[in-house]
Design a protein around this ligand. Structure first.
Ligand SMILES: [Zn+2]
Length: 42
């Protein structure tokens, strides 16, 4: 059984194109921006 943490560690890390933060989840939904940079209020 694959350890969940190992699974995520082996995933290619996506980085926010704006601030450079590494994104783990929701990356597919928010494209290339992290939660902060993709805030609708901005
Ligand atoms: Zn960002």
């Amino acid at each position: 059984m694959i350890n969940v943490i190992e699974f995520f560690r082996n995933l290619p890390k996506k980085r926010c194109h704006k601030c450079g933060d590494i994104m783990y989840e929701k990356a597919d939904c928010y494209g290339n921006l992290c939660d902060d940079c993709d805030h609708p209020a901005l």
